[in-house]
Write a protein that binds this ligand. Sequence first.
Ligand SMILES: [Zn+2]
Length: 561
Amino acid sequence: MSYTVLARKYRPRTFHEVRGQDHTVRALVNALDYDRLHHAYLFSGTRGVGKTTLGRILANCLNCEQGVSSTPCGKCDCCIGLRDGSFIDLIEVDAASRTGVEDMRQLLENANLKPSMGRYRVYLIDEVHMLSTSSFNALLKTLEEPPEHVKFVLATTDPKKIPVTVLSRCLQFHLKNISPRTIRDQLQEVLDSENVSAETEALDVISQAADGSMRDALSIADQAISHGGGALTLANVSDMLGTARVNEVTAILELIVAGDRNGVIEFTQEMAARAVNYSDLLASLQRSIHAMSMFKVTRQLTEESLVRFAQKLSPEWLQVAYQVLLIGTRDLRFAPDHRIGFEMTMLRLLDFEPVEAYPVSEPPERNPISNTDDSSSVEQESTKTNSDPVEVSAKQDHFDEQESRDSEVAETEDSSKQSEISFEWFDIVKNLSIPIELKQGLYKTELVEKRGENLVLRSEPKDRSFWTESKILEVAAAIQDFLGESCSVSMQEGELLTETPAQRFSRIRNEAVEHEKDLRDRRKRERQERMEAAKQELENDAFVQALKRDFGARIGEIRLH
Ligand SMILES: [Zn+2]
């Protein structure tokens, strides 16, 4: 038996089998079942979303010998003919290869004759926007006064190129790009019935790479299966598509969540040995960060491998990480080489630590702020070589703390303790499960100290009316939940002395904005310097000097290319 490619073998034959185009299918089913048929349909949408498939199903529904309905019998001559391509009243044309007006005239010549086999003669014109103007005019004549027994199904990837006169005579349906989740489910179903084993991550990668096209997804799967000797593996799919592997993304997320700087550097070395495309890898990371941020809102995640990270990472961190990756990707071309750019971006990501909270009661040496000597030496190097302002963050406090110890100035010691406690508070607050209003209230407070089980907080006098007894109790309960130990909360009133969580958030944001601005300024400066150099070069040019001397020429505007 000859092998049929998956995309063809599993092409839907009934509306019931069509995936991801629910609203169009519903409209067509209703039109067929309630006899409200139009004489011309236009399906628009990107490639592989099901335009011609819907056209063929429609042709089948119109011609089944059992009568017009959304559920053709599948057994009559007409149904069978449509399946094996021998039904002569379905006329399929690829407009891309038959653009001329003569082609169109020839095609429509028989439109007035009764169909020879079925009830309707159906013209299915694919890529209809490719027709020439005169062809469109020829088509328009038939569209304006269509014979009873003729139906048109036009399909296009570019509806804007179709004349309004034609558009206005069609019932238009825009087919959506199919969501990665729908594609993945369908792939799984197909592979199950083919008895092909598939790795979950491989399905994830394909459903993303297919970019909304079911046909592309099935074609990629087809190729990957033959590459992989009958199984669908992540390694095969990744090698075939040349994308970063999902497990590379999860591997690096793992290291970042663990704050493992040495691990990240080893990982980068490994990637370099495999000649990985760093800009691809950054893009994959960005996609994952985006997916996890969406998960925070929708509670849905296509990539199962990311769920455990999404549950750990805070929405704020995801925002910052996205920004850092974005800047890192853009700056890749300024980096001496891509590996350095990638490494610096990863180290910068590690500087933001709002990943998991740590209990207030933990001894300082187990506090994530204090690193072991090994990791802090790497860290210092990274800070030395990268002076970007966005670096300044939680980790900076650590350096403040160390420096102060070295100099042994009591006052600095105090302020470093304060900064430590303010970071601690920041970390607790953003992880509390409390109503947003209450959380915003807490963002404007500071942690004064911890006396045994009692947390002493301070708020500004203007917020007095906000902090009712019951709110403070609610906060205490949430903190107790979070720390996993009993605690009480008391609220003082007065001037705030440390950075509040709200201030910390806006500082991190401002620093990111500053970094953007710096970058813009740098570009502007570089351009000016190049302009200056070009001007100087012109001034020194002997020919230009001669022009100036002999003809009084002046140098006008200089354009850089
Ligand atoms: Zn039938």
